[in-house]
Design a protein around this ligand. Sequence first.
Ligand SMILES: NC(=O)c1ccc[n+]([C@@H]2O[C@H](COP(=O)([O-])OP(=O)(O)OC[C@H]3O[C@@H](n4cnc5c(N)ncnc54)[C@H](OP(=O)(O)O)[C@@H]3O)[C@@H](O)[C@H]2O)c1
Length: 244
Amino acid sequence: MTQILIVGATSAMARGAAFAWAAQGHRLLLAGRDLNELARLASDIQVRFQTRAEVIELDLDDNADRPAWVTNLEANYGQVDGVLLAAGWMPEAESMRRGDVAIQVIQRNYTGPVALLNAFADVFEQRELGFIVGIASVAGDRGRQSNYPYGAAKAGFATYLAGLRNRLFHAGVSVMTVKPGFVDTRMTFGLPGLFLVADPMQVGEVIVNSQRKGRNEIYVPGFWRLILLIIRHVPELIFKRLKL
Ligand SMILES: NC(=O)c1ccc[n+]([C@@H]2O[C@H](COP(=O)([O-])OP(=O)(O)OC[C@H]3O[C@@H](n4cnc5c(N)ncnc54)[C@H](OP(=O)(O)O)[C@@H]3O)[C@@H](O)[C@H]2O)c1
């Protein structure tokens, strides 16, 4: 039995993963900003699965001393054996063209997650134990006019995770990158042009099963790997003319 920290635990995808891990008897630390919602989730998990779930306050906008935060977390709740970084933010397309919003998008999808995972990487590497799962996005595979600040932050995050995987492999620590396609969550609610929208609870289950199998990078659902392979190969001469 291990203890897993889920960052952005109010996300519906993270909830799916939390349920799957709790069903296997793992203890959970549910981190995020909305303490009331996290407390509801923790109670739900404890009743359903008879496993411990604690609420942890964490705001990725806050440039806190993350190594100290991790030390403090483990001092209060015990050893963390795995981390799911599910937090992310994609505001409305037009607003992302504003510099201040774009910077916030980068903070929540890239800078904040990297600062936290760096701290865990050092601890796991030294312990030669642990796993990290980060949720990036298919949006990071090619820049599109509708969400390129978000896509760029997710691309950076995916590259960071790939490098971290290479570094931590030598310490026996696994790092998995998750690239979801469209998933039916708060983030995509009401967005136009969605297709092949996946169920977030199923996506969460896939994340847990894939981590267990030691996968490096997954697209969820899997057919998005092929779709993105095609999209990445559209010549720029054509791609730049499309309204995507
Ligand atoms: N839905 C999709 O189609 C899709 C596709 C590809 C990738 N993704 C990625 O999947 C992950 C889960 O997203 P979702 O679709 O489930 O959307 P969501 O419901 O909006 O979840 C986003 C999560 O990020 C947390 N978060 C945002 N800003 C934060 C901050 N400053 N500090 C701490 N936590 C913060 C939110 O917490 P609060 O409750 O405090 O707001 C929430 O738990 C994200 O990384 C997203 O980018 C989603």
